[in-house]
Structure formats: C-alpha cells, structure tokens
Design a protein around this ligand. Structure first.
Ligand code: ZN
Ligand code: ZN
Length: 318
C-alpha cells in the first residue's frame, strides 16, 4: 500500500531531524524535480538570503554575521577538522563537546559525520573512492553535489570508532539540525529584543536572522567547501603527494588557515597547516592562544624532517 502524502511528509521530517531514522537508498533521480529535491536542505539555507531585499542592512546585523562567521569557522577548522578528524591536540571532554556544539551551529552536519567523511577523504584522496574529488567528478560535485547524494548522508561510523564512546557527541551527531535551528531562533529573538531596547541600532528580528544566520552560514558553508573543490584545483604544490592538493593563500585567508592544503595532505596530524612563518594560519594562532589559557594542550608540531622536505631545493642547498 502506498503511504499517504501526510505520512510521507512526516517520514521526511523525521528523517530530517533524526539522522539515524530508518532510511532506504532511493534509486538515482530521473527527473529535474527529483534532482532538485536532493538539494532541499541547501535551498532552505540559500533562498532566505534573498530576504535581505526586504530587511535591508544595519551595522549591527553585519557585525553579528561577521562575528558568527569567524567563531564558527574556527570551530570547524580547529575542532571539526584538526581535533575530531585528525586528533592534532588534546582537549577535555567539556571543551570538546562545546566546540562540537559551536561547529554544529555552522550547519555542516554533526562532528562525527564530518570527521568520518574527512578521514575517508584522506585515505582515498583523488581516487575513484574519494567522494568529493574534483579531478574525478568535476568542480560542482566536489563542492556541493556530493553532499546531496543519499549514499553520503549517513555517518561512516567505522571511521570514527574512537569518538563513539562519548554519548553526548553521538547524540549531537544524530540530531544535527537542532543546534542550527536553536541558533536561528535565538538570533531572531535577539533582533526583536534589540529593536525594542535599542531602536537607534536600526535592526530587527528578521534582519538579524537573515544576516546572522542565513547569509553568514551560506558564506561560511561555501568557504569551507572550497577546501574540497578549489584547493584541489588552484594553487601550488610544495609536496609531491599522490593527490591533487594545493597550497592557496587566498583560501587560507578566508578559511582561517585551511588553504595550505598540500601541506596538510602531506602531513595531516599536526595542529598547524601553515608550516612556515609566512603561511598565515589564524586557526593555529588561536589554538596556541587557547593552549596558553589551558583550554587545550599538546598541540602536535610539524617535525623538522617534514619542514626540511618542504624547503625549496635552493634553500636546502641542493
Ligand atoms: Zn583534500
Ligand atoms: Zn584533513
């Protein structure tokens, strides 16, 4: 018996809220409508940005957007990537959870889903098994398409066995829409509050929601995705790795240090990705600062032999 439309909607909603809800891989999409449906989460994130035409802008709203971009980018690069994916430093259970929550607020799925797919990428980078290689399936697929493939929606738990012992992380990963939803609601309420108590700021609930959540999250999302797409296409290669990773200073700037991707593919377990002093790596500087405050420790350095291998032949005296 075919399920009714109401039941199908409920099932979709359940699946949307609970990433462990029962799910069968659908057949490949045949129509444009079916293809577009796969992008539903990303349309939900992108389309409200057009709301800026109605809500306008204010200095407060833009500052909230910028602040949330920087804080959440740090949580993604410092924790989702360097901590949960590569264990490049040590943090307490308390801090690992709260930085996971902050990373989750970026609406890039849960920490375990993110780390598992990223570990898979390092293992199979630019081979047929790599799920987001631009050299195998093109720019668009590596940037966004792979995220819409139902085969990539589940957390690859076999890649994050070391994190499954923490029920709070497993829970956060399972209900990965709750934190972004809570952030969106909080920002709306903040804007409404500011409109009432500080009308001189010229902001409102809808304006802070559009700038602080939608625009900030979409820019943050695409900046992060460039590391899967553009940093395997444009830039230079210091190390002769088996993948197509490149170093790109512009991408390093917008992602707070992730653009030194060729360095990273060569030696992934260090807390820094800018290996030399002129390679700007804001995430690493912040991690050092937080380590001085005792929030994390044992930042793994770049070994001298890795640095030596990365120096140009002239500098090495060859
Ligand atoms: Zn890569
Ligand atoms: Zn990595």
């Amino acid at each position: 018996m075919q399920p009714t439309a109401g039941r199908r909607l409920l099932r979709t909603l359940h699946r949307w809220l609970d990433s462990q809800a029962p799910f069968e891989l659908p057949p490949p999409p045949r129509t444009w409508g079916q293809r577009l449906w796969r992008y539903k989460n990303y349309l939900l994130l992108h389309l409200p940005c057009l709301g800026v035409l109605w809500v306008g802008w204010s200095r407060t709203a833009v500052l909230v957007a910028l602040g949330l971009y920087l804080v959440r980018m740090f949580a993604i690069t410092g924790f989702y990537h360097r901590y949960f994916s590569h264990r490049s430093f040590v943090a307490s259970r308390f801090w690992q959870f709260w930085f996971a929550v902050l990373g989750n607020a970026a609406a890039q799925r849960g920490p375990l889903w993110w780390a598992a797919h990223h570990r898979h990428h390092h293992r199979y980078a630019d081979t047929d098994q790599d799920v987001h290689s631009p050299s195998r399936r093109g720019f668009w697929w590596s940037h966004l398409g792979w995220l819409t493939d139902p085969a990539n929606l589940a957390t690859r738990r076999e890649y994050v066995k070391d994190w499954l012992q923490f029920p709070e992380l497993v829970w956060l990963d399972r209900f990965d829409k709750l934190v972004p939803l809570a952030l969106a609601v909080s920002l709306y309420l903040l804007g409404e509050y500011l409109q009432r108590v500080r009308p001189d700021l010229g902001t409102s609930g809808p304006q802070i929601l559009v700038w602080g959540f939608f625009i900030s999250t979409v820019v943050l999302f695409h900046a992060t995705c460039t590391i899967n797409s553009l940093s395997h296409l444009y830039g230079w290669r210091r190390y002769d790795t088996t993948d197509t990773s490149r170093n790109n200073p512009l991408l390093a700037l917008i992602t707070l240090g992730e653009g030194w991707h060729n360095n990273h593919h060569f030696y992934a377990v260090t807390a820094r990705q800018g290996f030399f002093w002129w390679e700007l790596d804001l995430t690493y500087y912040l991690l050092v600062l937080l380590s001085w405050l005792g929030i994390m420790r044992q930042l793994r350095p770049v070994p001298p032999q890795v640095l030596a291998a990365g120096r140009r032949p002239r500098e090495r005296g060859v």
